[in-house]
Design a binder for this molecule. Structure first.
Ligand code: SF4
Length: 70
């Protein structure tokens, strides 16, 4: 749930790794040669299942409503 809060709920726009287009530009630019696309696949498998997407889709509008009132 903390992951969903960081990438999709408490953000202006959701940033799921599933939005990655697999272009590889980030890997070419990464000075540490991290295999970002491979890491994203693991994140997608472990943290971005249908249940999490559904839960964050329900939670996000509620959180946005609370933030807009404060
Ligand atoms: S591969 Fe990297 S640069 Fe390309 S869309 Fe995915 S995260 Fe962005």
């Amino acid at each position: 749930m903390m992951y969903a809060q960081v990438v999709a709920i408490n953000t202006e726009k959701p940033r799921w790794t599933s939005t990655c287009r697999d272009c590889g530009k980030c890997e070419k630019a990464c000075p540490q040669h991290i295999e970002i696309r491979s890491e994203f696949r693991k994140v997608r498998r472990d943290l971005e299942g249908p249940g999490m997407l559904l839960l964050s889709g329900i939670t996000r509008p509620l959180v946005n409503r609370i933030h807009s009132k404060s």
